[in-house]
Each structure stands twice: as C-alpha cells, then as structure tokens.
Design a protein around this ligand. Structure first.
Ligand code: PMP
Length: 332
C-alpha cells in the first residue's frame, strides 16, 4: 500500500508543466515551465512556509503542545497554518480586516480555525486594527504564538530548503531564469538564493510586482492583484536577490489569469497571471537553450467572483461591455 500518514507529508514536490500558449516567444524560443503550487494540500505555496515555521517553533519551544497560533492573515497562509495546526493539535486564531470576503473567512473556519474580524478603516496603530488585535491576542492567549510571516526567517528558509532544490532537480540543473511574484518576498528570496548558490550565480532571478508596489519603485499605491506587492519593505525580502523586477498592471495580470484558465487549463489566482506576464517578457529576450520557470502560487477558485466575473471586472473599469467583450479579448 502507498499512502501518506498525514496530509502534511504531501506539502511540496509540486509538478512543473510547460506553458504551451501563454508565454509565446519567438521561434525557436526558450522552454517556459510553470511550477504549479495549487497541488499543495492547502491549495497554495503557503503550505510550505506554514509547516516550516511551525516545525521551527516546536523545536525552539515557542510553540508548545496544545498551543494557539495567532496570525493576521485572511488567505493562503491561514489555510496552510490551519491544516498543519489541526494535524498536530494546535488551535488557530486568525485576525482579518473586514474587507476580506465571507468565503475566505468561511474557508478558514471550515478547517477549524477561529476568525476575528476587525475594521479596515482604522489606523494600524489603533487598538481595533487587525495588527493591534493580533498582537494583543498573541500576547494574552495562554500558549499563544505568532508566526509573523513578514519577519520569520523560516519563511524564506522553507523555499531555500524545498522549492529551490525541487526546481534544480526537476530541470536537471538546466533552469536559467526563475520568475516569481513578490509578497513577503519569502518565495523569491529563498528559492533565488538556493538557485544562485547551486548554479554559481548563473540562474537569473526575476521578481514580478504589481504597478504601484514598493518593490518596483512605487509608493504603495493601491492595486487589485492579491497576495503580492507591499507598501513597506518586509524583513523576509532579500533586496540583493533579484536581477530584475518587472512591474505588471492589474489589467495585464487579470487578462493573463483568464488566458491561463482558457488556454492552458490552469485555473489560478491573479498573482499567477501577473507572474506569467513577467515570464513572457523574460522569455522574449531569452535564447532557445534557456529554461524559464515561473511559480504559480495558488488556484483560481477563490477568485471566481472577482477576476473571472465580467461584472466585477467592468465595475473596476477593465471591461467595456459586460458579457460581450471580456478583458482577455480587449487586451489580447
Ligand atoms: N501570490 C499569492 C496569492 C500569495 O498569497 C502570496 C503570498 N503573500 C504570494 C503570491 C507571494 O509570495 P511571497 O509572500 O513568498 O513573496
């Protein structure tokens, strides 16, 4: 019989698939491969950091049997933490701003986590803000521990130890370019450092960033793509790792996200579309022997009422005629 003893063992070792239509390049172009992270048990790349941060906290004694994990997160990191916590007997309390969709809150609760919703329209220093509330809950809950994915070295370390080696092995050391979106910076910093070291500096590391975010020189101006870009510089981002940063607009990100579903069969999130736009740009200037790998962080089910919904897109000005012309048609 072949089976895993726990779902946690199924984290990582995600597949690589060739993008056949969306990263179109001059012929003969490079091989463009996608690392599809929705194959993780929690449906995203964040499962990797969840298990690594929890392992380290168990070893250091910060997280003790029966303890409670408290983190301000509404999304993928919460799901990853909830799965690992549940399998190992910890409680989870997630603190979310009230702009987060009901579906996301329900998903976290479905895994057994407690969710505390806080007002969005208050200053981060306000005691009601979700930053303040999560700090207070972590402090006041007996056995409370806050992973803090924006400052936890085990976030980039998880990618140094898993994502990087997987890519090197899966491509037989032939990877020449690695492209990933930057949120906490954990993925690009850990994977990028491993690939630089193992290749003697040969692999090029390319960050993809929403227009307006600080990584590509913005001021933190709002954008709609979720999970990537920041308005501050987190400790988990290694500022020396990227050879290049490509800024991508919301419109281009969403158009590509929809093309990935329709043309590659990959129903993925908006940060995936963003990363593929950057990968296509890189591929344009790459040679026929190059191997460009782009990481796709999560699946698209969580975005059906947004990116994949014509009315939502048109409300934000991306579609001229709802139902007739899609953003993909407009921008192709
Ligand atoms: N895309 C999505 C959907 C995410 O949730 C995240 C994590 N914030 C990222 C991309 C970026 O990954 P990282 O935090 O490792 O930079």
């Amino acid at each position: 019989m072949r089976y895993s003893d726990s779902l946690v063992e199924l984290i990582g070792n995600t597949p690589l698939v060739r993008l056949r239509h969306t990263a179109g390049t001059a012929d003969p172009g490079p091989l463009v491969l996608a690392k599809v992270e929705y194959f993780n048990p929690g449906g995203s790349v964040k499962d990797r950091i969840a298990v690594r941060m929890i392992d380290a906290a168990e070893q250091s004694g910060e997280l003790r049997p029966g303890g409670t994990i408290v983190e301000p997160t509404s999304g993928n990191t919460g799901i990853g933490l909830a799965i690992v916590a549940q399998q190992r007997g910890y409680h989870c309390v997630f603190v979310c701003p009230d702009k987060v969709s009901g579906d996301k809150v329900d998903a976290l609760r479905a895994y057994g986590a407690e969710v505390v919703v806080c007002p969005t329209a208050v200053d981060p220093a306000d005691p009601r803000s979700y930053y303040s509330v999560s700090d207070r809950l972590a402090r006041e809950t007996p056995g409370g521990w806050k992973p803090n994915q924006y400052a936890n070295v085990n976030n980039p370390r998880s990618h140094y130890e898993t994502t990087g080696p997987e890519l090197w092995e899966q491509t037989d050391g032939r990877i020449t370019h690695f492209v990933a979106g930057v949120g906490t910076g954990g993925t690009i910093s850990g994977t990028g450092r491993y690939l630089k070291e193992v290749s003697g500096g040969r692999v090029q590391i390319i960050g993809a960033d929403p227009e307006g975010s600080v990584y590509s020189g913005g001021t933190g101006r709002p954008y709609l793509v979720e999970g990537v870009g920041e308005d501050f510089w987190p400790d988990t981002y290694d500022r020396t790792i990227c050879d290049r940063i490509v800024a991508v607009s919301d419109a281009d990100s969403f158009a590509m996200t929809r093309r990935l579903a329709r043309e590659e069969g990959l129903l993925v999130g908006g940060s995936c579309g963003m990363a593929v736009v950057a990968a296509a740009e890189v591929a344009k200037h790459a040679g026929p022997d190059d191997v460009v790998v782009v990481l796709l962080p999560d699946g698209g089910r969580g975005y059906l009422s947004k990116i994949f919904n014509d009315t939502w897109l048109s409300d934000y000005g991306f579609v001229d005629t709802p139902g007739e012309e899609t953003i993909g048609d407009v921008l192709r």
